[in-house]
Design a protein around this ligand. Structure first.
Ligand code: COA
Length: 137
């Protein structure tokens, strides 16, 4: 397990066409056996972040129906500041699909951003019985 800071690979500007929907700093309890952040923890945060824009449309219960794509581009470390940006890519009859991009400010390199994850997820508006319902227009 290494605590050495990660080299700053490919710092990039933040996206202008997406909304900041979540910021979080992973803790030591979120690591895997390598000492990096466990991918399942990142997926859970992306699922939460991805639900923010659909929640505005759905106005009620919804469920994640699909993770269409999920790419871990670079590892995440304890102490990185993670920023989650999202945009709606499709509004269907009962479902909404979003793109989520995650940028890390590395420990000791705050203020510079590297893209660590990108994903596409689909959420479905559901009624009280858990069945799909139309999204209010
Ligand atoms: C979400 C759920 C209610 C959808 O039920 P369903 O019978 O599959 O619904 P439908 O086939 O009518 O599809 C509903 C919408 O989801 C979309 N959808 C279904 N499967 C999909 C898939 N694999 N990928 C992308 N979209 C999908 C459909 O295209 C449709 O969207 P539209 O109305 O905008 O065109 C049901 O699958 C479910 O309860 N899944 C479990 C959800 C869950 O536990 N999630 C994890 C915790 S939140």
């Amino acid at each position: 397990m290494s605590n050495a800071p990660l080299p700053l690979i490919n710092p990039v500007p933040l996206p202008l066409d997406k909304e900041l929907v979540l910021k979080v700093i992973p803790m030591p309890a979120d690591t895997n056996g390598n000492g990096d952040i466990f991918g399942g923890w990142v997926m859970a945060q992306v699922d939460l972040a991805g639900s923010v824009l659909p929640a505005r449309h759905v106005q009620g219960r919804m469920a994640t129906v699909a993770v269409n794509e999920f790419i871990f581009k670079q590892p995440v470390r304890v102490g990185d500041i993670l920023s989650f940006f999202s945009s709606v890519t499709r509004v269907g009859r009962t479902s909404i699909t979003v793109q989520v991009e995650v940028y890390a400010e590395r420990f000791r390199s705050q203020g510079q951003y590297v893209k660590v994850t990108e994903a596409s997820l689909t959420y479905v508006a559901i009624d009280d019985e858990g069945r799909p319902r139309p999204i209010p227009r």
